[in-house]
Every structure is written in structure tokens, then in C-alpha cells.
Design a protein around this ligand. Structure first.
Ligand code: MG
Length: 309
């Protein structure tokens, strides 16, 4: 596979001619195989940019496999579409999976929209937000703080115990940049006071599963909108299975709710009546594959439309 890298010469040429109007395409230098040969290619506006949740959506909830979605992933690559992973996972958790899926040339939305792992990057290089969040927790009145046990208050073994992850996976989940999941052990009233205090420091909370997750805000949809404008995508589609995917499913041009028999069915979503949002009957990557191939056919997206050497 050719690897695409932003071409610094092209960027330099534009900045040397400030009056030059930026083109609507992006110039990339493609390195072809291991031959060292490069060619310039203009990648026109993307025909389709896919934003997908990982667990229970692209990857099977039980087996952790995605091979059922491989035909649609291949087809997306052939038509020049992009695929952006969008997960509650940390950058450290996503980076290896993104590589395995051959999606490293696309950015990934991490920590539920807390931030973005840039295309090609191994880390976000962004540690200030999480440190700031922990500093605010440290100055929270002890009577409120004592009921909250965040990942930052646990060692890796304890994170493994509360999440059910392996020790190795828990170490990656502990490597946080934007948000703090934790367990709440106080009353609802105490929690309200705790969250009021945090809100006065711009921290918001989201409950999902067992965890109360704190962050400075941002959803998968917020990051999706930024990435879409950056890549000039013609169409967007979002796929997800859980409440933390709803904003993204509703904000995309097309939404696909992927069946996950392990979680509660999502409520009716805005856009479902008009057919903008559909639900799969097949679960996980099987549903992902069928719905994506169907959408590509409906949009009449064909191979070889976007690369001009
Ligand atoms: Mg999910």
C-alpha cells in the first residue's frame, strides 16, 4: 500500500505566495512500495468520510474480531473514502488497532471526543488537559471528593479489576489525555454537589455503563464536524451502537445504528423517520459490512474517482 504524507514543499509553495488561493484539493506525496519512488497525487474532495465507533460496532462485542467488516473496509479504500475511528478509548488503546485496521493515515477521535489522535501520530502529545483535570479534582472539597475514585486514583491492577480488561489493556486505558472515568460511591445528592463544584471549573460529567466520566466537554460529534471540514468530505456517515454515539449519528449525513444485543436499544433518533438514520439487523461488524456496502451502492460511489496522478 502506498503511504500518504502531507507534502511540506507544497505547503511551503503556498505560504511563499500569500496571494495564491488555496486549492480545494490537498497535495500528497505518495511513496510507492519500498522503491523510494514518489509521485505527486492530488486527492480531490473525499467522496465519503466514515466515522465509526469501535466496541460493539466495528468490532464484535464478544470475539473482538472485525473480519466480517473487511469487504466494506476494502471497498471504502478502493473508492478513496476515509475511515475515522471514534471511541471512548484512549490514544494509547487506539493506536495499535488503527494500525492493524490499516487506518493510520486517518485521524482518530479519542476519549469520547475529548481529543483527536492525528493521522500517522503515535500519541496526542497532549498531556496538559488531563493534568489540569486531576489538579481540579485535587482541590475539590474532601467531603465530595472522597466518593469519587477515578482511574488516576487506581493502579493498573485496580483498573483491570473494575473494567475487566487484561493488565496490559488496562495499562493503555490508564494512559489518559483528556478525560477521567471513575466510580461514584456517594449518594445522588452528594454527586450533584460534586458535579456542581466541577461545573464551576468547566468540567462536565457523562454517565455510561458503570463509570462517571469527567472531561472539559466535547463529543464525538464535535470532533467529527472539525475533521469533516478539514478533509472536505462530500458525504459523511457515522456508525455506533450506544448513547455516546447519538450526537455523531444525528450530526452525520447518514447514521447507521449497529445492532448490539448486549446493550439496551437506542431510543428513536432524529432523522430516523426520514431514513437518514437506519438500524442494522445483523450485529457488530456483520451489520457494519452490510449497511456500508449498501450505502456505497446507494450513493453510487465508484473506484478510481479520486486519485489523479
Ligand atoms: Mg460501542
Amino acid at each position: 500500500m502506498p503511504t500518504a504524507m502531507p507534502d511540506p514543499e507544497q505547503r511551503g509553495a503556498n505560504s511563499a505566495h500569500p496571494g495564491h488561493r488555496a486549492p480545494v484539493y490537498t497535495a500528497f506525496r505518495l511513496r510507492v512500495g519500498n522503491t523510494g519512488h514518489t509521485m505527486m497525487a492530488m486527492i480531490a474532495d473525499l467522496p465519503l468520510l466514515v466515522f465509526t465507533d469501535i466496541d460493539g460496532t466495528l468490532i464484535d462485542h464478544d470475539t473482538y474480531r472485525w473480519d466480517a467488516a473487511a469487504p466494506a473496509l476494502r471497498k471504502l479504500r478502493d473508492i478513496g473514502a476515509g475511515v475515522v475511528l471514534a471511541s471512548s478509548k484512549t490514544a494509547a488503546e487506539i493506536v495499535e488497532l488503527r494500525d492493524a485496521l490499516d487506518l493510520t493515515r486517518w485521524p482518530a477521535i479519542v476519549e469520547n471526543g475529548g481529543g483527536v489522535l492525528a493521522a500517522g501520530a503515535q500519541t496526542t502529545d497532549d498531556t496538559a488537559r488531563y493534568a489540569e483535570l486531576r489538579a481540579i479534582l485535587a482541590k475539590t472539597p474532601p467531603a465530595l471528593r472522597t466518593h469519587y475514585r477515578g482511574f488516576g486514583d487506581m493502579d493498573v491492577s485496580q483498573i483491570a479489576a473494575v473494567t475487566g480488561l487484561s493488565h496490559e489493556a488496562a495499562a493503555l486505558a490508564a494512559h489518559r489525555d483528556y478525560s477521567e472515568p471513575g466510580l461514584w460511591s456517594g449518594t445522588d445528592t452528594q454527586r450533584d454537589h460534586f458535579l456542581d463544584f466541577l461545573a464551576s471549573h468547566s468540567i462536565s460529567a457523562r454517565e455510561g455503563g458503570r463509570f462517571l466520566t469527567l472531561s472539559f466537554g466535547g463529543t464525538k460529534a464535535d470532533r467529527m464536524i472539525e475533521i469533516t471540514s478539514q478533509y472536505q468530505a462530500k458525504h459523511t456517515v457515522a456508525l455506533g451502537d450506544a448513547p455516546n454515539d447519538i450526537e455523531m449519528l444525528e450530526a452525520a449525513d447518514f447514521g447507521i445504528v449497529v445492532a448490539n444485543p448486549h446493550s439496551a436499544t437506542l431510543p428513536p433518533l432524529s432523522g430516523e423517520d426520514s431514513g437518514k438514520i437506519i438500524r442494522t439487523t445483523a450485529r457488530g461488524p456483520d451489520g457494519w459490512n452490510i449497511a456500508m456496502l449498501d450505502l456505497i451502492a446507494r450513493l453510487e460511489l465508484k473506484e478510481g474517482r479520486t486519485l489523479h496522478g
